[in-house]
Design a protein around this ligand. Structure first.
Ligand SMILES: Cc1cc2nc3c(=O)[nH]c(=O)nc-3n(C[C@H](O)[C@H](O)[C@H](O)COP(=O)(O)OP(=O)(O)OC[C@H]3O[C@@H](n4cnc5c(N)ncnc54)[C@H](O)[C@@H]3O)c2cc1C
Length: 661
């Protein structure tokens, strides 16, 4: 089997579990891949990397220092670029699939070139500029990044201080980092890899500030890779995760670049310095939406990885007693263990299916933007802000809960969970901090609420605001539970709107009233996100034609997620009299009964994600379940154990010498 560890020597408990499941994991895989042919294609691409010794025979990642991780990452990435070309992989998703094996749970060192620099350049460069640079960008002669954030400003982009002042006498821009706090900071792929930076700077021409614009700034010599005169560049130092990426800093001192280096597809500076603004300033963030649209799928896969590890390990791990004097049970038989893992498992499917929907929306939306039609941009921006914030924050929680579910061994790097956490935590902040994005979404929800009050829905996702909510029906059908989540979302949105109104009526200005209501506004965005997730999960399933047992298995997950969210917000359901306490108890019971129904299929859900051991990088999550042997082997191979007496013994020895004095 592809990349799986010795399936013939599989742990007995896992063999028994796999023989007792109600659906075939491979058929679930087909649903997640969107068809059996797509599964075959993905596996073929993965196999190209899995059978490549240059990729597979690298050193154990956990044993490397941070600079070694970066260096090893660059080695693999350069090999990967050559191989992607050689294998003729041109479709973006195929390249992502290939990268998934080369960089399991790591962020590839040059990834910001691929996911930020190139897309931003493509959207903002004119045809002439593309003619000049795109070929070099595509073949990595030019390696770039997206340099927006500064030491003192990230969220508030209007506060960015880097300047690009136009000098008509030479037809050049002079780019400057005017203060220490204006130093570009956190920029992925900048520190050691890039020779160009796509710098976001305040344009000044004819003595006037014209706002943020993108500039192609050469930062290193194209032959020697030495920083160019006036450039100070380096790595910002060790981080929680993303060890393979050289997040960097950059200072520019009177760097002169030609007029054509301002990306000018949408706004231009003429030779005399006169300026034409973009036809629509939303174009500046259209590129960012592409990155955000892909994040829920990344979250789905990371949550699924953590659940796969926790489920397999919980089936191998036996501990304590369920029956006095009886055999030690598999820890997944404890209801509290199921309560830790199964809601996250359900979320991973919800993230997966909303991601598919968002990618379709984004593709269609960008085609329209390129034709000058911005009508979908507002809804896309609102949805992608909320989903990016929700999926990333929930994913980090899910990984941490799965780590706890693995007890002591979850704390070891051998579990793969610390590394998974470190890398999954980054997108909760990068590309837009979670709270800030929830609040951006809340701004849109306030507009939807206003519309709904006048009787019309602004979009499909907010149509629930126009529908009258009866009391809870009392049954646990998915339809009734979605209505309950819609009730809660509307209630929280209405509460936020009422707060805003109250403060404004008391004479507070708009910004102050917003800040005084922002806890409520963030809650509104979260409540709306949970409703949207379950609703689109259910919609996806009603349109899905697949094996009946797999469909059942997914419907259970959808129902589990809906009832989990309802019980998580029990107070709000009961508070306004929408649900009685007795009805809430029915849902609580439904949730725990679902845990019992899901339990015998747990391994099939995990196997259905079809991660190879290479993808999981986890001894606890191994397909064959041979956890203890491999843990011991891993520890024995740890470089600290290369010698029986560690070199630090020379210090310990001093204690003995001292005690003799
Ligand atoms: C791993 C990683 C990679 C990155 N890569 C890049 C890159 O390649 N290029 C790049 O340009 N940048 C990059 N960044 C920077 C990133 O985009 C910013 O860090 C991010 O946008 C958050 O901004 P900040 O750091 O200014 O946070 P801050 O805004 O300072 O956040 C601090 C706190 O203030 C709160 N806050 C701030 N403003 C508001 C508000 N208006 N309302 C309510 N609360 C508020 C936040 O919620 C948060 O709790 C990266 C960051 C990380 C962690």
């Amino acid at each position: 089997m592809r990349g799986y560890s010795s399936p013939d020597k599989t742990n007995k408990d896992l063999v028994k579990e796999r023989n007792g499941v109600s659906f075939q994991p491979l058929l679930l895989t087909h649903v997640l891949d969107n068809g059996a042919d797509q599964t075959d294609k993905r596996r073929r691409i993965e196999q190209l990397a899995l059978s490549d010794p240059v990729i597979m025979e690298g050193p154990d990642y956990s044993y490397l220092s941070v600079p070694e991780k970066y260096s090893e990452g660059v080695r693999k990435h350069v090999h990967c670029i050559k191989k992607v070309k050689e294998h003729g992989l041109t479709d973006n998703m195929d390249v992502v699939t290939y990268h998934g094996v080369v960089f399991p749970q790591e962020a590839a060192p040059l990834s910001m070139h691929d996911v930020a620099f190139k897309p931003m350049f493509t959207i903002q460069a004119s045809d002439q500029q593309k003619k000049k640079w795109l070929r070099q960008i595509e073949n990595y002669e030019i390696i770039g990044n997206y340099a927006q954030t500064e030491l003192a400003h990230g969220t508030y982009i209007r506060g960015l201080q880097t300047t690009a002042e136009y000098d008509p006498s030479t037809q050049e821009f002079i780019v400057n980092t005017p203060t220490l706090t204006a130093t570009k900071w956190w920029i992925g792929t900048l520190g050691k890899s890039s020779n160009y930076a796509l710098v976001m700077a305040q344009l000044i021409t004819q003595g006037k500030g014209r706002g943020l614009h993108a500039f192609m700034v050469p930062i290193r010599d194209m032959n020697t890779h030495e920083p160019l005169p006036g450039i100070t560049v380096g790595d910002i130092g060790p981080k929680l995760g993303f060890h393979d990426i050289d997040n960097g800093f950059l200072q520019m001192n009177n760097i002169r670049i030609p007029r054509e280096n301002m990306l000018n597809a949408h706004s231009q500076v003429e030779a005399d310095g006169s300026y034409s603004p973009p036809f629509n300033d939303k174009i500046m963030y259209a590129g960012m939406l592409g990155i955000r649209a892909h994040i829920p799928l990344m979250c789905a896969r990371n949550t699924a990885r953590a659940c796969t590890i926790a489920i397999r390990y919980s089936l191998v791990r036996r501990q304590s007693e369920l029956v006095p004097g009886g055999p030690e049970p598999q820890v997944l038989d404890f209801q509290t263990q199921q309560n830790k893992i199964f809601p996250s498992l359900a979320m991973s499917y919800a993230f997966w299916f909303i991601a598919t929907r968002m990618q379709d929306m984004h593709k269609q939306g960008m085609e329209e933007v390129m034709q000058g039609n911005f009508s979908q941009l507002l809804e896309m921006h609102a949805l992608s802000s909320a989903m990016k914030a929700y999926c990333t924050t929930r994913t980090t929680k899910a990984i941490e809960t799965c780590r706890l579910a693995c007890g002591g061994h979850g704390f070891s790097e051998a579990s793969g969970l610390p590394k998974l956490y470190g890398n999954a935590a980054a997108p909760a902040t990068a590309e837009g901090e979670a709270t800030v994005l929830f609040l951006q979404n809340a701004r849109y929800l306030m507009k939807c609420y206003e519309h709904a009050k006048s009787g019309s829905a602004m979009d499909t996702f907010s149509s629930y605001m126009t529908q009258k909510k009866e009391r809870f029906s009392g049954d646990v059908s998915i339809g009734s539970m979605i209505e309950a989540l819609a009730y809660r979302a509307e209630k929280v949105v209405a509460r936020a709107a009422a707060q805003l109104f109250k403060w404004s009526k008391q004479g507070m200005d708009r910004m102050q009233a917003w800040n005084k209501s922002s806890v409520c506004l963030e809650e509104a965005s979260i409540a709306n996100a949970e409703y949207v997730l379950v609703k689109s999960f259910a919609d996806y399933l009603s349109a899905l034609s697949c094996d009946a047992a797999v469909k059942n298995a997914l419907q259970r997950m959808c129902s589990l997620l809906a009832s989990y969210y309802i019980t998580e917000h029990a107070g709000e359901m009961v508070q306004g009299g929408y649900m009685t306490e007795a009805q809430l108890d029915v849902i609580r019971l439904h949730l725990t009964e679902l845990y019992s129904v899901v339990r015998p299929d747990a391994v099939a859900y995990a196997d259905g994600f079809d991660f190879s051991d290479r993808h999981l990088c986890s001894i606890l999550g191994r397909y064959d379940g041979n956890v203890y042997e491999k843990m011991f082997e891993w520890a024995k191979n740890y470089p600290m154990n290369k010698t029986d007496v560690h070199e630090s013994y020379r210090y310990l020895k001093e204690l003995k010498t001292n005690s003799k004095l």
